[in-house]
Design a protein around this ligand. Structure first.
Ligand code: IMP
Ligand code: MG
Length: 195
């Protein structure tokens, strides 16, 4: 049997184990179809919000937002620009260090533009409390946050995201850009790891 036929006849759980190198997930929370439908809705909602002719910059927070952002912008039917910011608030495991380091800063000016900061997940809110004032200081016309996942556990959020894909359970989530020690970003769905 050709390899491609063999793969398509594999049960999903075996495909997943093949992708993870045999590491078991606790469960799949949002499958590919669920994510795709929601991301398309979000893109259209975003497009409706910004007046024609005004510059829109979609600013992805790397690395976690890379898949979400690339799917999202293809569902925003208006002109826009894309740039990235690299900030890391997490160590290599599942606990936050509380620190946010900026490793790459956008090269293009934010002044007078509508900015959408795209996040994979809002957890403690530490990253946002550091980034929002920094970006506001650059004089954007507006600044909104779009996150795929929101855990709703932050004691204080400097700004509530305007767009939220899913209200997520308080578990350690991986896949569709989210990692654990750099593993699992490539999974096409979002799952959780066993405790
Ligand atoms: P915060 O600063 O605690 O809100 O966390 C923001 C960043 O931590 C996110 O952009 C993620 O990169 C990472 N993070 C938070 N929760 C999770 C999770 O459940 N899985 C994977 N990464 C997470
Ligand atoms: Mg991470």
């Amino acid at each position: 049997m050709p390899d491609s036929l063999l793969k398509s006849s594999m049960p999903d759980s075996l495909q997943t184990l093949r992708r993870t190198g045999g590491r078991e997930l606790s469960r799949i929370i949002y499958d590919e179809g669920t994510i795709a439908a929601r991301v398309a809705e979000m893109g259209n909602a975003i497009a409706d919000e910004y007046p024609e002719g005004e510059p829109l910059l979609v600013l992805g927070l790397l690395k976690g937002s890379f898949i979400f952002l690339s799917d999202l912008v293809r569902h925003i039917p208006r002109p826009l620009h894309v740039d990235f910011i690299v900030a890391s608030s997490y160590g290599s495991g599942t606990t936050t260090s509380g620190e946010v380091n900026l490793l790459y800063d956008p090269s293009i000016s934010l002044t007078g533009k509508h900015i959408i900061l795209v996040e994979d997940i809002v957890d403690s809110g530490t990253t946002l409390s550091r980034l929002v004032p920094m970006l506001e200081a650059r004089g954007p016309k507006s600044l909104e946050i779009c996150t795929l996942l929101h855990k709703h556990i932050a004691a204080h959020l400097v700004r509530e995201p305007k767009w939220v894909g899913f209200d997520a359970p308080n578990e350690f989530l991986i896949g569709y850009g989210l990692d654990h020690s750099e593993d699992f970003r490539h999974l096409p769905f979002i799952g959780s790891l066993p405790h």
